[in-house]
Design a protein around this ligand. Sequence first.
Ligand code: FAD
Ligand code: NAI
Length: 469
Amino acid sequence: MAEQFDFTVIGSGPGGYVAAIRAAQLGMKVAVVEKWATFGGTCLNIGCIPSKALLYATELFEEAGHSFSQLGIDIPAPVLNLPQMMNHKTETVASNVNGVEYLFKKNKITAFRGIGSIAAPGKVLVTPQSGPTQTIETKNIVIATGSVSANLPGIEIDEKQIVTSTGAIALDKVPERMLVIGAGVIGLELGSVWNRLGSKVTVVEFLDRILPGMDSEAARQFQRMLQKQGFEFKLGQKVAGIDKQEDGSLKVRIEPAAGGNAEFLDVDVALVAIGRKPYTEGLGLEIVGVALDERGRVRTDAHYKTSVDGIYAIGDVIAGPMLAHKAEDEGIAVAEIIAGQAGHVNYGAIPSVVYTNPEIATVGKTEDELKAEGIDYKVGKFPFTANGRAKAMLATQGFVKILADVATDRVLGATIVGKNAGEMIHELTVLMEFSGAGEDLARTTHAHPTLSEAIREAALMLGDGAIHI
Ligand code: FAD
Ligand code: NAI
């Protein structure tokens, strides 16, 4: 007889594993089905965690080579030990994915290894690599199968020379010339990793700007900062083809997005980073009648229920930003909803961070969105050049920008470009979660000297003005 569960999650990424733990905490009997050898999904195995390990290591490598001498630390030029840097990445991943395995055991969650598919509401089949198919009977099913890289038609990925992010975090030598297709988050983060290690990075972007969706003023300034670091941008262009040459290099055909004459670029490695698409292959959704939307995402209602009773979906496979913390929060919410509680995610206050140097962090609305929505807003902006701690840290690039409603002073959104922006954005996230006003922030004492004082000064700029500018 098949084992009986209350709650079965297909996929153990940040959405799935967090949903499983929360459901177990709420007293449910929980199963997780995962087809990979390790838990943690894209984020822990091939996404957030390994990329941040490499971003951290390469940022220090770059600083050791460039800014240490200004601080009075004279050292010989740093020498790259790429295998050890990759070991650091691998060990970081291992420690995180083993952590998830430990948490499953601690919470008495049963893990099934294999490809999960839905035979009917209440019935999940698990097909392991070898051995017989297992059947799970379960009151509720949560689809948390995540996303995969989008392909560029006609360009074949080999993950060695023409790579997605998965190959780009595992190159065994620094490419002399690297092409990045797509000036989004992956392109700029992983482009930064290899640029810092010595690659000549050229980014081809279809649109006439980088980081679509982020504050356009921040994106413009950030583009200049990256150019100073050595990035070359070809905006309003698309890659029309890549040919392998006899000498082992790649010849890339680049065309203006609006049409026109092509140009050619020789590179050693090409990274395709043009977005990710929801992954639902092999789940059997068409058989049970789970509806998808026009972009192939599982359609859900506000309570994460799909078109079929007893089947839910969360994370990258449904609508919304493809972010690990969004998936996690949906995992908590769906477990609470199934347990009869009022699980909820505030989509208006989900921070988003690009982990480059400087970092870019945003929460809430951008200025472009407020303009498009016709909302009467005011801007409070403060540069890190006027912040004492930033000067001491040689980190004066960037600014804090806060947007607030003219009539009520309620904070509607914020963007920070600067060192540690990804940590600092949470002050604004908490403020927005509590529907705070610019004045609430402006009247809050901030420790001196900290980078966070720039946030308070930006809030003061929403009113009578900052002190230090
Ligand atoms: P996933 O993490 O994709 O997990 C899905 C899991 O389901 C996988 O383990 C997969 O093997 C499994 N699965 C799929 N189908 C089946 C099946 N039929 N049966 C069994 N198992 C199945 N986000 C951030 O917030 N911050 C970052 O810094 C960040 N960096 C990133 C860097 C890179 C290079 C990439 C690619 C992504 C990054 N992301 C980041 C995005 C983040 O990884 C995703 O938003 C997040 O992993 C989504 O979680 P998820 O649980 O929905 O799906
Ligand atoms: P993205 O959506 O961030 O950026 C893709 C870029 O490629 C866009 O600028 C788009 O205009 C461009 N593009 C699309 N088609 C193109 C073409 N044919 N030629 C040239 N340019 C083209 O997607 P990306 O960078 O692949 O990342 C996928 C997702 O992963 C992100 O949206 C994000 O949700 C998540 N992620 C998050 C990270 C973080 O939070 N720090 C880090 C990495 C990924």
